[in-house]
Design a protein around this ligand. Structure first.
Ligand SMILES: [Zn+2]
Ligand SMILES: [Zn+2]
Length: 302
């Protein structure tokens, strides 16, 4: 794909959405720079090859073990620090309230030799290692973990196409990502092609978009991606009157929600990297009713 075209799309997409949703202007100002930074990081990692995608083993995968879930941290080289700095700049720009902490972090970690230990701590969810780094570098822990986690996403996105290829002929019935195991930040209803029996649907297919690596996979309609509840009495959606193609699906069994765009009547297909920003009003209305998001994103942790 032409990279320049892709980059233009993210920025143009952000601007167009911002214009269409003036009530969410502050959301776009706060998180637009982050979305653009993640896109720039994709370019930065185009030649990164410090990873090896594990072999897919169907019996295990089809039980619901995501392909990369047991993978060791790949060799990030100097790239992790570069991506981290990009993300840090975007966070400081979008969130002035924490820009001082961000600046302190950038100064503190600029030269440290064990910087990739941060990636390892977050990758392995090793709280002890993370704690020791925070003590050593003497910086704000929450901001560090937030930027550090965001800075891992482009590496996942970089590995996604190859990982997707490795599993393309295997079955996956889970509501979390078959590549990286993360829950989706967006569901898309698409026109039905030729349906198979398992996913048989009337009125379109449901696709889920991973909030981490960006992978999209098809998932049954009328099933909750979180708890797999299939009781349609307990699955509802809330919709604003003015925007009929956007809605928030909720499950009364587990009290989780997710945002959905019905793309079937749209001439312009939404860019899933940008679209969730334009649906924050739905996050707000669901969270006001005490539902929890499937995936926490920077903009839906309200
Ligand atoms: Zn994923
Ligand atoms: Zn549920």
């Amino acid at each position: 794909m032409d990279k320049n075209k892709k980059k233009r799309d993210v920025q143009a997409g952000l601007l167009a959405l911002r214009k269409r949703m003036p009530a969410l202007e502050n959301i776009f100002d706060a998180f637009g720079p982050l979305v653009i930074a993640l896109e720039k990081a994709d370019d930065l990692l185009a030649d990164w090859d410090g990873y090896k995608i594990p072999d897919a083993y169907a019996p295990r995968f089809e039980q619901g073990v995501a392909l990369l879930s047991d993978m060791e941290l790949p060799d990030l080289g100097e790239k992790y620090r570069e991506v981290f700095m990009l993300v840090a700049g975007a966070v400081a720009e979008g969130l002035p309230a924490i820009s001082k902490e961000v600046d302190e972090i950038v100064v503190a970690v600029g030269e440290v030799e064990n910087f990739n230990d941060l990636a390892k701590a977050l990758w392995d969810e090793d709280g002890k290692l993370l704690r020791s780094l925070i003590d050593e570098w003497k910086i704000d822990d929450q901001t560090l973990a937030f930027i550090g986690t965001m800075a891992l996403k482009p590496f996942m996105a970089r590995m996604e196409p190859e990982a997707a290829k490795a599993i393309e002929n295997m079955a996956w019935h889970k509501g979390y990502c078959p590549v990286c195991g993360t829950f989706p930040d967006l569901a898309l209803l698409k026109k039905s092609g030729d349906d198979n029996a398992y996913l048989k649907s009337h009125g379109g297919q449901r696709w889920l978009h991973c909030s981490c690596c960006g992978h999209e996979w098809r998932f049954k309609r009328n099933t909750c991606p979180w708890c797999e509840n299939e009781d349609i009495e307990k699955l509802r959606y809330l919709q604003a009157d003015e925007r009929k193609n956007e809605r928030v699906d909720v499950c009364e069994s587990c009290k989780h929600y997710f945002v959905t765009i019905d793309t079937r009547e749209l001439s312009d297909q939404p860019d899933p990297r940008v679209a969730p920003l334009g649906l924050v009003h739905l996050d707000i209305s669901a969270q006001e009713k005490d539902y929890l998001p499937l995936a926490e994103t920077p903009w839906n942790v309200l």
